[in-house]
Design a protein around this ligand. Structure first.
Ligand code: NDP
Ligand SMILES: O=C1O[C@H](COP(=O)(O)O)[C@@H](O)[C@H](O)[C@H]1O
Length: 522
């Protein structure tokens, strides 16, 4: 096995991990699309070697062989390593086992403990156990109690639990869920996944900010005019209508991924590069975010929309209300934009504009830092209208950093033109950088919780989000409809225009073709 596949090698401080990895929900969508491919990539890159085992758990009956076939199919379809030549497949697949288990059945957990002890002897694993709960959150409490009741938390190594989102529906339910988990696990054993924190360029925000002398001095309200975070998707709700119709963009994307990205942009430099120091700084940002105090403030600062039938790249698509498992009169938002203020010394007066939506024209995740212009009395500024400097983090699908500066137009005149310094990381290393789930599973297995959300982060994020949900509950007459394939309601554009700003075009977006929807509910 090579440790150097396609130019990637384990970092100098990395080591292979030895543990039993339990996938609860092993027959589900997340396991198939994300978890099995991630485990396979970890194996291919040498982060997993001989001494590990994976146990798949769900109610459906499966033999080990059938389960291995499921894993194989998932890798063929979704992994960045496709196992084209079939090499080493058997030695990888031999580590996979399946047990049919209803998580309400304590006896099944006792049996799982026996299986585990056998696997630990077979693969020489020192009692390390990683429980990945790819299950509906209502089941987390029961699984935790039964893991304890079944004796699975009594091994000689470490035990950790990875929890998928959504972590609750609001602050109250999240708090209840946390209490249930807390009856069994200590906070440092709980790894709450936010897969955006596992993305290469999201992690790079910290490095670019804190490892470059020319950014950090400018990183404040003296020099930055606003920050824009866009997470746009072309997909609709696919087959997740049942979940999404209760969640909406606010809970599905804003409570977690978007607020986490705000914290990465706004946090102070941590005193130490350790998980608690970094998460302490993120918590301070979340504490400083201004909460809207009533429905009027919510309306003034937040825009919600829902897609109607339209077309994407010429292909007609359904409206949200016609998606499977969505109520025909649903008022769930598939578009969300907000102006967020971080009331602290560094950021007072600098708006963070965040937006996300389904069925928008482009799949992209970008963060734009718009700098304030140079003073108007400077010679150049009088002659030419200067464009502001921009620093753009391209998170997805392209990964890289783009900087827009003003330079003299070549020739004898004094014209000034914006020019770009474009570092495209994914163009250099290919679109083969590790997937977020690879990093996060590996981090959890080696006990690094930096890129997982701590309870106080989750709690503060919900407290901010709950105010918006409360404001929305009073009336739905601010829900705008936008045709699939447009950039969402025009109100999302006005949110910035009111402050004298505009959304900067994301990569691949032709500004001349931007379509906003002025439609309102009838
Ligand atoms: N899919 C995705 O892209 C994402 C999913 N998530 C979250 O991950 C979690 C899983 O999502 P997803 O895979 O899509 O969901 P699915 O509905 O596809 O899968 C759910 C899994 O849970 C198992 N299950 C359900 N009830 C029980 C039970 N009583 N005992 C044992 N197993 C049970 C099911 O298997 P069986 O029926 O055989 O028992 C199945 O394997 C959810 O919390 C979701 O919100 C988060 C981000 C993205
Ligand atoms: O968590 C979620 O994220 C995806 C978008 O993730 P990305 O990595 O593809 O950008 C989103 O489609 C989904 O609704 C949400 O649950």
């Amino acid at each position: 096995m090579s440790n150097q596949v396609n130019g990637h090698q384990p970092a100098a401080d990395s080591a292979s991990v030895s543990a039993v990895l339990y996938i609860f929900g092993a027959t589900g969508d997340l396991a198939k699309r994300k978890l099995f491919p991630a485990i396979y990539a970890l194996w291919r890159e040498g982060y997993l070697k001989g001494n590990f085992a994976v146990v798949g758990l769900a109610r459906r009956p499966r033999t080990d062989e059938q389960f291995r076939q499921d894993v194989y199919d998932s890798i063929r379809e979704f992994a960045r390593y496709k196992n084209e030549d079939g090499s080493e497949w058997a030695s990888f697949a031999d580590h996979f086992f399946y047990q049919s288990l209803d998580i309400h059945n304590l006896e099944g957990f006792r049996q799982l403990n026996e299986t585990t002890e056998r696997l630990e002897r077979q693969f020489d694993i020192p009692g390390n156990r990683l429980f990945y709960l790819a299950l509906a959150p209502e089941l987390f409490g029961t699984v935790s109690r039964n893991l304890r009741g079944g004796g699975l938390l009594e091994s000689s190594g470490w035990q950790r639990v990875v929890i998928e989102k959504p972590f609750g529906y609001d602050y109250e339910s999240a708090e209840r869920l946390n209490r249930e988990l807390g009856e069994v696990f200590r906070e440092e054993q709980i790894y709450r996944i936010d897969h955006y924190l596992g993305k290469e360029m999201v992690q790079n925000i910290e490095v670019v900010r804190f490892a470059n002398a020319f950014f950090e001095p400018l990183w404040n309200n003296k020099y930055i005019a606003n920050i824009q975070i866009t997470l746009s998707e072309t997909v609709g709700v696919e087959d997740r209508g049942g979940y999404y119709d209760h969640s909406g963009a606010l809970r599905d994307m804003a409570q977690n991924h978007m607020l986490q990205m705000v914290t990465m942009m706004a946090m102070e430099p941590p005193s130490r590069l350790n998980p608690e120091a970094i998460r302490d700084e993120k918590v301070k940002v979340l504490r400083s975010i201004r909460r809207y105090s009533n429905a009027d403030e919510v309306r003034a600062n937040v825009v919600r929309g829902q897609y109607t039938a339209g077309s994407l790249k010429g292909v007609p698509v359904n409206g949200y209300r016609d998606e499977p498992n969505v109520a025909p009169d649903s008022v769930t938002e598939t578009y969300f934009a907000a102006k967020v203020m971080v009331d602290n010394f560094r950021w007072a007066g600098v708006p963070f504009y965040i937006r996300t939506g389904k069925r928008l024209p482009t799949k992209t995740t970008e963060v734009v830092v718009e700098f304030k212009n140079v003073p108007e009395n400077v010679h150049f500024a009088r002659k030419t209208k200067l464009e502001p400097n921009l620093l753009v983090f391209r998170v997805n699908p392209l990964e890289g950093i783009y900087i827009k500066v003003n330079a003299k137009q070549p020739g004898s005149g004094w014209g000034i033109v914006p020019v770009a310094m474009d570092f495209c990381q994914s163009c250099q290393v290919g679109l083969n950088t590790p997937e977020a789930y690879e990093r996060l599973i590996y981090d959890a297995a080696r006990g690094d919780s930096t890129y997982f959300t701590r309870w106080d982060e989750v709690a503060l994020a919900w407290k901010f989000i709950d105010r918006i949900a409360d404001g929305w509950r009073e009336s739905h007459d601010d829900l705008y409809f936008y045709p699939a394939g447009s950039w969402g309601p025009e109100a999302g554009h006005e949110l910035l225009a009111r402050d004298g700003f505009r959304w900067w075009p994301v990569h691949g977006q032709d500004e001349g073709e931007v379509v906003w929807s002025a439609a309102r509910p009838t």
